[in-house]
Design a protein around this ligand. Structure first.
Ligand code: DGY
Length: 348
């Protein structure tokens, strides 16, 4: 009887889906149980313990793969293998992250230790773009305040208060997209249909496909100064942590709206609180925070002009299944030594 590969799953995947069925047929599974664990994401200690001796990890973006985790999984560094002339067959062969974001993985170290890493690009692009549009509209049109008024039974429209909960139009506005990658481009395409007057974007390099959305490549500072809506769709790297700082907020129009569907680390949340509280910034809609979940007593949650969502960007039923299925295909192919459907971009 052949030994089935050991797989660790760090966060729930759809119960009734193809992914879990395939895993059950082909692998010995250990899975984080949040009901037993008491918290949504696997605690670090438990994660490190659980990945010892596994052949594959099905990862959620909430669990970090760094040197410590790779040590815990028993992966030697290439230098150790060479220096000690070890003939080495590592147990951990593949990590499949169920995300397009890769900021929770040290990819350079993974490649040094020869573990394959795969992710889930493309399958969630439209869903995250739709989420960005929803959050932009909800923030611009003050849905959080409206829903609170409904719940509290204090609807306020009267003839003497005719601007009750009036917000901003997207039509005619200047929109700045930070990161015109797959998701940013789809957000731009959708916003064009709203009749925006000008689309700007910034990033590392101009994109040739930007002409399809009449996008103008500008410097980050110019984008901040001119945009009515700034929508962050970029991937995360060490250089853009707290890109949205107190200085950045000062450069933005006081009538501007910031939307973030990327990662929480992009924003200095204390500075965001101050900017929103003092009216330096009109409103913000954020789908990602630091930490996640955001503690219920966090100051940002007290602000009527700050809409916070619990990282729902890719949360449609079809897309969640598609992400799980692609991760499973990535992992099973990796275990069999077959070409992998979605390798991560090569790291220098
Ligand atoms: C991603 O794929 O990176 C999302 O943020 C997770 O849903």
């Amino acid at each position: 009887m052949s030994v089935r590969p050991k797989l660790y799953i760090s966060q729930g995947i759809p119960e009734d889906g193809e992914a879990i069925k395939l895993y059950r047929e082909q692998c010995e599974i250990t899975m984080y149980d949040e009901k037993k664990g008491g918290v949504v994401s696997v605690p670090r200690e438990e994660f490190l313990r659980s990945i010892k001796g596994v052949d594959a990890i099905h990862l959620a973006y909430s669990a970090k793969i760094d040197n410590e985790a790779l040590d815990a999984a028993g992966l030697l560094k290439l230098s150790e293998i060479i220096v000690n002339c070890i003939i080495w067959c590592p147990q951990l062969k593949v990590i499949g992250t169920m995300s397009v974001g890769l900021d929770h993985l040290d990819l350079v170290e993974c490649s040094r230790r020869t573990v394959k890493v795969r992710y889930t690009p493309d399958v969630l692009t439209d869903t995250v773009a739709e989420a960005a549009i929803a959050l932009t509209l909800a923030t611009a049109r003050r849905h959080k305040e409206g829903m609170a008024d409904v719940m509290n039974g204090v609807w306020g429209f009267t003839w003497s208060n005719s601007l009750y909960l009036c917000g901003k139009n997207i039509k005619g506005s200047t929109v700045g997209i930070v990161g015109l990658g797959r998701i940013g481009f789809e957000v731009a395409r959708r916003l064009k249909a709203f009749g925006i007057s000008h689309l700007m974007y910034c990033g590392r390099t101009p994109k040739d496909y930007a002409s399809e959305v009449d996008g103008e490549f500008v410097a980050f500072d110019d984008l901040l100064k001119q945009s009515d809506f700034v929508i962050a769709c970029c991937s995360i790297n060490p250089s853009n942590h707290k890109l949205f700082s107190a200085e950045a907020f000062k450069k933005m129009k006081s009538s501007a709206i910031l939307v973030n569907v990327s990662r929480g680390v992009l924003i200095d949340q204390d500075a965001l609180y101050d900017a929103l509280k003092t009216g330096e910034l009109y409103a913000a809609g954020i789908d990602a925070t630091t930490p996640e979940p955001l503690p219920v007593d966090h100051p940002l949650l007290t602000l009527p002009n700050c809409t916070v969502l619990p990282h729902l960007g890719s949360a449609s039923i079809n897309t969640r299944h598609a992400m799980a299925n692609l991760t499973t295909r990535n992992i099973l192919a990796g275990l069999k030594g077959e070409p992998l459907p979605a390798p991560v971009p090569s790291q220098k």
